[in-house]
Design a protein. Sequence first.
Length: 68
Amino acid sequence: MSELIVTKDDVDALARYAGLPLSDERKQAILPILQSWVPAANELNRRMAQDEVREQLPCTIFAFGNRG
């Protein structure tokens, strides 16, 4: 499966959809991060969809304030 490469146009669209008024400098800084993260997230998604790990779920615990 070939990976899609995140482009400057993708960053422009994401910022627009999210309502983020990012400067061109900020968009350029974000581009290599997304180019790294998106393929890694897609690979993790493929791995977690395999039958041998399908029943495993990530565990995230959020603690809010004082519970005592």
